[in-house]
Design a protein around this ligand. Sequence first.
Ligand code: AHR
Length: 503
Amino acid sequence: MAAARVYLDTKRTMASIDRNLFGSFLEHLGRAIYEGIYDPGSKFSDANGFRKDVMEEIRTLGVPIIRYPGGNFVSGYNWLDGVGPKQDRPRVLDKAWNSINSNQFGTNEFMSWCRAAGTTPLMGLNLGTGTPEQAAALVEYCNIEKGTQWSDLRRKHGIAEPYKVQHWCLGNEMDGPWQIGHMTATEYGLKAADAARQMRYVDRSLKLVACGSSGILMPTYLEWDREVLEQCYEYVDALSLHRYIGNTQEETGSNSAKYLAMNLTMDRQIAETAAVCDYVRGRKRSTKKLWLSFDEWNVWYRARSGDAVNGHAQEAPHLLEEVYNLEDALLVGGIINTLLRNAERVKLACLAQLVNVIAPIMTNATGLYRQTIYFPYMWALLMARGSVLNLQSECPVYEVAGIGEVPYLDVTGTWSKENGTVSLFILNRDLSNARQVQVIWEDAPPARVLMATVLTGSDLKAFNSFDSPKRVAPQDLAKPTTSGGRSTFEVPARSYTAIQWGA
Ligand code: AHR
């Protein structure tokens, strides 16, 4: 079998990588907040009730930005319920997930947790039952120093310094009939414009994300985006995309070869959504180019109905506790490649979610473990730095119904001038064969391999659990050898590989 060739020149780059491309998401949903990051009764928690073991994982990962408090939850949330003295906060029935929210964790707890975890907030606003006035009030509560109604309320709550939150989502999935306060695109576009205008009176520096389509199967896909932007283009900075993929009969015919190609349909989703943004831009003769916020993406198809999405009016119910296997992790690696090669347009993206709910990190009373999808995400955070390389690859392809010709290897690379490092991320979709790779260095070849690691295994359906936390774990890859300006190595069948070279 001929080796795949990758032509690499560090002078040939496509985009600089915004660190926010590898953000994540924590919703008031199931055990993400309560029992996930906040668990005052746990032996692992600090004086604030923050789980120290979970915090350490997130801090070490270096997650740059975290979306909060939802998700579907946010569309019925009154942020005032979650601030002020804890004993006065109401216990509220969250109607998105039919769960009880004790409100013991709210905006101030999240801000203080973010600081401790070394991350920044991407705040979601309620544009379902909430009003633009309430949205602007939350901005004032968070971002104004003092001397106004809401900033003074924050100070009364014991927080003198404003948080200066930059990034805000104007509602969540408002195109979905399941969404509390669901409305038409034009109604939402007008509401988003009104909220954005009021919020910018409070703080001109905000970065605002309007709700785009919540998935490519929505009957209003793209048409929603166009109609929304017709109303609010001038008031926002970005448009959101969401996507969950599953290896189901309907989506892939439960065929793993197709499943591992599904990230390519996200490349297409990004291109289509960007095209709509640019169409509206053209119609409006606007000088502003919107960026995209892929603020929910993941594999999710098992824990998606019945008791997995119904909290039965309990606190911290076990919801959306998807168990991820090896093939899910390989696809997550592929999605990371998709995000990287679209980094010119996608400036922010969130792996949905982070703890216990469709998550890489799972907790219980005795500790935590890392699901399979943790590892590609970790490598992206660790090694995808600087700029995305415009690689030229030559690789055999296979045919996938509904997608077309799919290369066996999905390769992306990054170059950090600052660190002098080149990283490659390679998904091998070939379920049976290892594949040889030859990297042709078109400028100076690097001096040494800093890291060569791979996620693979004989069983695509293998998963981790509290009992077997390391069944699927990274292995060392035989280090690439370099001579005559070429590096050669082999990637195993069914694998996702990360290699980093240094000067
Ligand atoms: O992430 C889980 C849910 O998926 C979110 O609450 C919602 O926005 C999406 O449908």
